[in-house]
Design a binder for this molecule. Structure first.
Ligand SMILES: [Zn+2]
Length: 247
C-alpha cells in the first residue's frame, strides 16, 4: 500500500518516512479521541472514534488545500463513560488517568517535532471533555477540537443542538457516511425516536442514560439518519478542526 493512506496515517508510515516528512516543513498531528461505549441497539461501541477519525480524514484534505501538512496519529479509543454505566460495553477510565495519558501522548508527538497537535474529540460526556481539555492546558501547540464548544455546536444539525445527540440521527448519519459496517441496519430501521436532551438532563443533575430514561442507550431519531446528512456533518466537524488550528 502506498500513496494517500501511508502518507496520511502515522501508523502506516515508516520511521524514515516520518523523519523525511518532519524535515520537509511543519507537520500537524491530528489525534482522534473517542470512547468505547454503547450507542443504541444499532451502532458499534467504537462510534465516537469512527466519528473523530472521519473528521480527521476530511480535515487532512482541507488543510492540504490550504497548503498545510497534517497526518492522523493513532486514536485514543477509551474515555470517561460513566453516563453509560450499566450497559454492556461501557469501558470507562478515570479522568485523571485519561488526562495524564493524553498529555503524555501530546508531549511525545511534540518532542518528535510535530508543529501542532489537535485532539479531535467526539465523545461528549462533560467529564470526558474536561479531562481531554485538561491535557491541553498550558501545552503550547496543543488544541482541542470538540463540537461541545458553542461556536462549533451552532454549525451542526438541529438534533445535535437539541441535545438529543447520542446515537440518534446526528451520530448515526455520520457513521453511515464514514463507516457503514458499524451500523446494524435491521436493528436501526424500527427504532422509535427518543426525544431526550442529554444536555438538559445533565443540567438537572441526571447523569446516567438509565436515569434519563434512555433504556436502549440512545436519544434522538436514528431511523431518520442518512449518509448524505452524515457527509455534511463530517464537513462541519472537519472545518471545526481547521478553525481550532488557525485560532
Ligand atoms: Zn457517541
Amino acid at each position: 500500500m502506498s500513496g494517500a493512506t501511508s502518507t496520511r496515517d502515522l501508523h502506516a508510515m515508516t520511521s524514515a518516512q516520518l523523519a523525511q516528512r518532519l524535515a520537509a516543513g511543519p507537520v500537524i498531528a491530528l489525534v482522534p479521541v473517542g470512547s468505547t461505549e454503547p450507542h443504541g441497539p444499532h451502532l458499534g461501541l467504537g462510534t465516537d472514534v469512527a466519528i473523530s477519525r472521519a473528521a480527521c480524514v476530511r480535515a487532512v484534505e482541507l488543510l492540504a488545500a490550504a497548503g498545510r501538512d497534517a497526518v492522523i496519529a493513532p486514536a485514543v479509543p477509551y474515555g470517561v463513560t460513566e453516563c453509560a454505566a450499566g450497559f454492556a460495553g461501557a469501558v470507562s477510565v478515570p479522568p485523571a488517568v485519561l488526562t495524564a495519558f493524553v498529555a503524555a501522548v501530546c508531549d511525545g508527538l511534540r518532542a518528535q517535532g510535530f508543529a501542532q497537535v489537535a485532539l479531535v474529540n467526539n465523545h461528549l460526556e462533560p467529564a470526558h471533555d474536561a479531562a481531554i481539555r485538561a491535557a491541553a492546558v498550558d501545552r503550547a501547540g496543543v488544541v482541542v477540537a470538540c463540537p461541545l464548544t458553542r461556536r462549533w455546536a451552532r454549525t451542526l444539525s438541529a438534533e445535535f443542538k437539541s441535545g438529543a445527540c447520542h446515537a440518534g440521527r446526528y451520530e448515526t448519519s455520520i457513521v453511515l457516511a464514514a463507516e457503514p459496517a458499524l451500523v446494524d441496519e435491521a436493528a436501526r430501521a424500527p427504532l422509535p425516536p427518543v426525544p431526550i436532551s442529554l444536555s438538559e438532563q445533565l443540567g438537572k443533575g441526571v447523569t446516567t442514560f438509565a436515569a434519563m430514561g434512555m433504556h436502549d442507550a440512545y436519544a434522538g431519531d436514528p431511523a431518520a439518519a442518512t449518509a448524505a446528512e452524515g457527509q455534511a456533518q463530517i464537513e462541519r466537524l472537519a472545518e471545526m478542526i481547521v478553525g481550532e488550528l488557525s485560532a
